[in-house]
Design a protein around this ligand. Structure first.
Ligand SMILES: NC(=O)c1ccc[n+]([C@@H]2O[C@H](COP(=O)([O-])OP(=O)(O)OC[C@H]3O[C@@H](n4cnc5c(N)ncnc54)[C@H](O)[C@@H]3O)[C@@H](O)[C@H]2O)c1
Length: 338
């Protein structure tokens, strides 16, 4: 039995609390928040769980094995360090830390102490993303040429980070996972229209070593909530709409082929294929349920971590390069693929 505590009962923490509470092999022992009202509001739904405004009382409790951190990004490093130094496994929300240097320090402490870190990159556990990975692996899409992602909505403006650090970790983690690599070069432009110095809209371009290009549009300034990714492959094309409840993935048997024989430029022709559209069945399980169960399975040695500290670090390294490019008005910045 893994005995868990969760620090942070704001917007996201309660989702972790609910899922760890309902995960087989896991027992939720304590929750913490500095805000007494939030702690009381969330705590009333779990009367058997200890509540504390001081996270240090969790760290000194020998009956707690692992701690999840769902607090603002600027607090991830100090809290994560406290958790690991107290000898407890760490589940930490995305992005892992506010800098790659801090991520490396956490990875190092965990390695030295033989502890696990799992980063809450929820999209790696989303059944639709797992399906896309399966389709890519099976060659269904052919060679993926490019991916275009839109992740926009109105708000929620975050006090301590820009929109890239808030929204793009999902897409970067997903792309790195699907391409089995980090990008080799990134470039990005962004603007701070509402608050100075904190971009609320950004357009990112990531080039992957396999010659794929990914474009990501993130914004807190858009009238509609859109979570859409289009994958264009040499065989088929795929549209993933995370907002759709029933038809999350559509696979289009559409493409363009060069005819193999032509004698002169006048005869040069392309053939366009307009085939069927298939909507594959995608499991409806809540991603966080899979994520929580995976964390427990990793601690019990039954599964290999999909989103460990090195995965979290790689995402943060890309975020840093993207922001470097934004500061240089879109200049391409090299990343070393992991
Ligand atoms: N995986 C996902 O899909 C997903 C979605 C949303 C947010 N998140 C991540 O979750 C984290 C939290 O985001 P949020 O939107 O819930 O923020 P939030 O501001 O709504 O909540 C954070 C909570 O942490 C509490 N807190 C801060 N410092 C604390 C401390 N030292 N001890 C105890 N409590 C403390 C605050 O009082 C607040 O209630 C962020 O890292 C965010 O990126 C992840």
């Amino acid at each position: 039995m893994v005995r868990m505590a969760v620090i942070g009962c704001g917007y996201w923490g309660p989702n972790l609390i609910r899922n760890f509470q309902n995960t087989a092999g896991c027992e939720l022992r304590a929750i913490s928040d500095l805000n007494a009202q939030r702690l009381d509001h969330v705590g009333r739904q779990y009367p058997h769980v200890r509540r504390t405004s001081d996270h240090r009382t969790i760290l000194t409790d020998p009956d707690i094995d692992a701690v999840a951190v769902a607090t603002p990004v600027s607090t991830h490093y100090p809290l994560g360090k406290d958790v690991l130094e107290a000898g407890k496994h760490l589940f930490i929300e995305k992005p892992m830390c506010a800098s790659a240097a801090d991520c490396r320090k956490l990875v190092d402490i965990a390695r030295r102490r033989g502890l696990q870190i799992m980063v809450g990159h929820t999209f790696l556990f989303t059944p639709a993303v797992r399906k896309i990975r399966e389709l890519m692996r099976s060659g269904e899409l052919g060679d993926v040429y490019y991916v275009n992602i839109t992740r926009v909505n109105l708000g929620l403006f975050q006090p301590d980070i820009n929109v890239v650090w808030d929204l793009a970790p999902h897409d970067i983690a997903m792309l790195n996972h699907l391409f089995d690599s980090g990008p080799s070069i990134v470039s990005a432009t962004g603007r701070s229209y509402v608050r100075s110095g904190n971009e609320d809209v950004a357009f990112l371009t990531l080039e992957y070593p396999g010659n794929q290009i990914a474009h990501i549009h993130v914004s807190w300034l858009d009238p509609n909530k859109i979570r859409q990714a289009t994958f264009v492959g040499s065989r088929k094309m795929l549209v993933y709409d995370d907002v759709s409840s029933l038809e999350k993935i559509r696979v289009y048997d559409k493409g363009v082929e060069k005819l193999s024989h032509y004698d002169n430029f006048g005869e040069f022709q392309l053939s366009y294929r307009y085939g069927d559209i298939v909507i594959p069945r995608v499991d409806q399980t809540e991603p966080l349920k899979i994520e929580a169960a995976h964390f427990v399975a990793c601690l019990e040695g039954r599964e290999e971590p999909v989103s460990d500290g090195s995965v979290g670090l790689q995402v943060v390294e890309v975020l840093e390069r993207v922001c470097e490019s934004i500061r240089q008005e879109g200049k391409p910045v090299s990343c070393s693929p992991a």
